[in-house]
Design a binder for this molecule. Sequence first.
Ligand SMILES: Cc1cc2nc3c(=O)[nH]c(=O)nc-3n(C[C@H](O)[C@H](O)[C@H](O)COP(=O)(O)O)c2cc1C
Length: 335
Amino acid sequence: MVAEWVLGQANKRGDAEYTVVDIAEYNLPLFDEPIPPRMSRYQGEHTKAWATVIDRYDAFVFVTPEYNHSISAALKNAIDYLFREWQHKAAGFVSYGADKGVRAVEHLRQIVGELAMADVRAKVALSLRSDFENFSDFKPRDHHMPLLDAMLDEVVLWGEALKLVRETHRFNPMGQPIEKMAPISDAGSGPSNTAPDLIRSAIEIADRWNAALAAGDIDTLTTLYDPEVILESPAVYMLDTLFPGTMHGIKEVRAFLNAVIQQVPLPLTSRRPPPLADGRLFMWEFRARTAGGDSRDFVEVMELRNNLIFQHRFYWGWRGISSLSKVGTKGSSSR
Ligand SMILES: Cc1cc2nc3c(=O)[nH]c(=O)nc-3n(C[C@H](O)[C@H](O)[C@H](O)COP(=O)(O)O)c2cc1C
């Protein structure tokens, strides 16, 4: 009831996508994970399902009743199940109860602080006496509206800002930042020792390659390569089929790219800076976002022969490499 009201008001704003996550639908038993959630090694199917849901969102508005001056046991239990999925996300609050539930929210602030969430100041506190007719029919008084808006303003603002924190830092299991992605500098307008038409054709080939990969168009991709192409990419580790670390010849490269199209979550296309070039090799350093919202750094090197890609190599930054460690070492052998 209260959550549906919050959702209805939030949806009128048009500034973010809002949805209700009802913990009752996830049937979480009393916390039963053997390993502390900070380690992100969830065992239970119910935990994994719950983690997948919470992982999707950038910010949360907790709608909570108050029971004996705190939040409900069910909400505490659901929160306790996870860590990384809450971490570095924004939290706002709407409470209700005989005494408006303000103490439940104060408790909740302590809890989300431990999960490295950022709790916003504005809140909505609804009274069972004045905002529910006969203590049951929800009829919120008008003065709650600006408070709800103020709270959502802050939640959206911080939710947006914290995306950057999650994308650019790596954290240890205690939630402390241990590594920061280096900024990618603008490569400028291109090098001076390579003819502009060569650079233009390299950019065009790279653009056509991106578009063909995104469209899953293996035939067009293949036409961009020299028949004797050599291709290297750590994506071999993500594939079910065994590919050599270095692929030789158009047949092997086509099979590899086909497998990539079928099996690897592709980064969304990103704008590349102009390439660095020495007249023969072209090199791009760029950051691409995956569908899951993760940022990955890539260095891509191409050597062209007769306007076709003759050498093609990809180097991934630590964010991309860490995604390989999740899938294991399924598909590599070296040559
Ligand atoms: C055991 C119990 C303890 C409660 N303690 C408080 C309280 O400390 N403060 C408050 O504002 N309301 C308190 N209430 C009232 C509840 O917040 C209220 O009944 C609320 O509607 C319960 O929400 P729910 O039915 O969505 O779980 C309490 C209710 C129960 C049953």
